[in-house]
Design a protein around this ligand. Structure first.
Ligand code: AMP
Length: 289
């Protein structure tokens, strides 16, 4: 695996690959890699001629400076895991490489409603930061396929919108969420949880599964309350528990029994904020694929 730190070097390398008619699969990450990330790299490897994974902890998408400061960093292990997964290139830029004119954002991305709800509401500026970094990375890598995780469902929708706004031809591939044995969605932030907290954080999956099991046409209030109670029992403090239309994240109070929907939860376990979601009913194929 090549480790490339400068965008001009990566650009030059990828031009050669394109000239050799290889397609480019790209997996952007913030490092502290786990099996969820690696499943994206694996899928990219199955479908692309060259796989590029980036590790860059993007300062502009953290609305909480403490979260940025405490974000786990495990570079040596990340390199080991990527090598094992047959990744071709690790792009490892520093902040100056991604933001040569500084991190102050000049471009505003018109995300509309998507930015006003859920993660957009609870993490002001977060999605602008996500768009800023993904836009820059796409300019550098110019991927044919972009591999992202359903775990960050709203982010998937934001990136889809971004690709339209910047007229990128890259195809989005949304990959399923990998979970710990107790159902907890794998996340770099889980590294900040104690064993006991990890166990209790499995309550998020329990709450989503409760909604899935009890979901029926009509008002959704009872399902939301039941899920909320399960979170409280596990000492999880919720920012939100909602059911929304899978297509556009419009939050619903009543389900017609037919529209494709998604349950989404954000909750704190101690100081660590976790998010997860479940498309309903569970057997409904992943959105967008
Ligand atoms: P991050 O490093 O958290 O920015 O995540 C990088 C990519 O990995 C994003 O597209 C995430 O949605 C995806 N991802 C994170 N956690 C998981 C998971 N448990 N399963 C599958 N993909 C994931």
């Amino acid at each position: 695996m090549f480790i490339i730190k400068q965008s001009k070097d990566l650009f030059r390398y990828l031009q050669k690959q394109r000239a050799a008619k290889k397609t480019i699969g790209f997996v952007p990450t913030m490092g502290a890699l786990h099996q969820g990330h690696l499943s994206l790299v694996k899928k990219a490897g199955e479908e692309s001629g060259v796989v590029v994974c980036s590790i860059f902890v993007n300062p502009t998408q953290f609305n909480d400076p403490k979260d940025f400061e405490l974000y786990p960093k495990t570079l040596e292990n990340d390199i080991y895991l990527l090598e094992k997964e047959a990744c071709d290139v690790l792009f490892l830029p520093d902040t100056g490489e991604i933001y040569p004119s500084g991190i102050t954002q000049t471009q505003v991305y018109e995300l509309g409603y998507l930015e006003s709800v859920l993660e957009g509401k609870y993490r002001p500026g977060h999605f602008q930061g996500v768009c800023q970094v993904v836009h820059r990375l796409i300019e550098i890598v110019r991927p044919n396929q972009l591999y992202i995780g359903q775990k960050d469902y709203q982010q998937c929708m934001v990136i889809r919108k971004l690709l339209t706004l910047i007229h990128s031809p890259a195809k989005i591939i949304i990959c399923p969420t990998l979970r710990e044995p107790n159902g907890l969605a794998m996340s770099s932030r889980n590294m900040r949880l104690s064993a006991d907290e990890k166990q209790k954080a499995g309550g998020i999956f329990e709450a989503l599964s409760y909604i899935n099991k009890h979901m029926k046409a009509g008002p959704v209030k009872e399902m939301i309350e039941g899920a909320g109670n399960l979170l409280i029992q596990k000492e999880l403090v919720a920012d939100y528990v909602v059911i929304a239309k899978a297509e556009d994240l419009q939050i619903i109070d009543v389900w017609d029994g037919q529209t494709k929907i998604i349950a989404l939860i954000a909750a704190f376990m101690g100081e660590v904020r976790l998010i997860d979601n479940m498309l309903l009913p569970l057997n409904f194929a992943s959105y967008g694929n």
